[in-house]
Write a protein that binds this ligand. Structure first.
Ligand SMILES: [Zn+2]
Ligand SMILES: [Zn+2]
Length: 329
């Protein structure tokens, strides 16, 4: 049925064209979303410190804590939007820098993996960049480059890819956004009733933050805090399983194929939940307090080599031909 085949090809082409057009559109309006996010976060912080701040108990303790949460939220948002995700062009190196915002490494830090090995013999090649593609790197069509430890392209929130160099900021930004939104909702609970009570105008404490602004920010905090909280929980689950978002769907396929052959798929990056989290946040080299401050930390690896389970040079249960590439993404 050649005509049916031609129709199928046309439909697939049309879908691809629509997908590409959608990507171009989201790429173009990405800066608008970033601007909107900054505006909402700034209005939220202002509303919090003007309306809720003066009523907090133990202000000497609670106010600095709230300032720290807000600073972390803005700083990690700034870093995740401006720190490049890492590409093979960056060259080998951890991308560490020096300066005020860089955390200092622990003296007794460092990784000594008996199982810390370089990418194995699987030669991957990016047809679009026309050069070798490191292990765990994927090509991003919107950024038009391969990204080291590609997780996903985030057009709405950060307008760039999440990769090896900015993934820590991505997670910490979501964490502090959820914490800030939750604090706003919990501590502003009494104020939202006053905001809705238009019978007594004198009751509203500020002329600079109108009641309706407070109501909108309160509802957005509840909705966005809840939605981002679910995303954060999912991302932390992936991190503790040593999978990126893109690998998660690939590994599901490998698991199914292996099960079909009555074999078991083993993710060779998976060193156990605690160790996976420690590697992600690079607590091998940096102290735990770096999670509490708006600081930059280098990843544990250069993005070309990866820690693996002892005895594994590659994932178990994946046969040649099973491997999924991102050429068709
Ligand atoms: Zn590429
Ligand atoms: Zn991208």
């Amino acid at each position: 049925m050649p005509s049916l085949h031609a129709a199928q090809v046309s439909i697939v082409r049309c879908c691809k064209w629509l997908e590409r057009a959608g990507e171009r559109l989201t790429g173009a309006i990405g800066p608008f979303f970033v601007g909107l996010a900054v505006l909402l976060m700034a209005t939220g912080c202002l509303s919090f410190f003007v309306i809720i701040g003066p009523t907090l108990s133990m202000p000497l303790l609670s106010l600095p804590l709230c300032v720290l949460i807000a600073t972390n939220m803005f700083a990690h948002y700034y870093f995740v939007c401006t720190v490049p995700p890492g590409t093979p062009d960056d060259g080998v190196g951890l991308g560490e820098g020096q300066g005020l915002f860089w955390a200092s490494k622990r003296h007794n830090g460092g990784i000594s993996f008996p199982d810390y090995i370089a990418a194995d013999g699987e030669r991957r090649f990016c047809m679009k960049c026309e050069r070798p593609k490191p292990e765990r790197a994927h090509h991003c069509r919107i950024c038009k480059t391969c990204v080291l430890k590609y997780d996903h392209h985030c057009p709405v929130r950060i307008n760039q890819c999440v990769g090896i160099r900015n993934e820590r900021h991505f997670i910490l930004f979501m964490f502090y956004l959820v914490l800030a939104s939750g604090s706003f909702v919990a501590l502003g609970f009494e104020h939202i009733f006053i905001a809705f009570d238009s019978s007594d105008i004198e009751k509203w404490p500020s002329q600079y933050i109108p009641r309706y602004v407070f109501i909108v920010i309160y509802i957005l905090s509840a909705a966005l805090g809840f939605a981002v909280g679910i995303m954060l929980a999912w991302q932390l689950h992936l991190i503790s399983s040593a999978e990126t978002t893109v690998e998660h769907s690939d590994f599901d396929n490998y698991r199914r194929n292996a099960k079909h052959r009555q074999e078991t798929f083993v993710n060779s990056y998976d060193l156990g939940r605690t160790r996976n989290l420690s590697l992600f946040f690079n607590l091998e080299n940096y102290s735990l307090y770096t999670l509490l401050l708006p600081l930059r930390c280098a990843p544990y690896t250069d993005g070309f080599t990866w820690a693996r389970r002892a005895g594994y040079q590659r994932h178990q249960g994946v046969r040649p031909g099973d491997e999924l590439t991102d050429e068709d993404d």
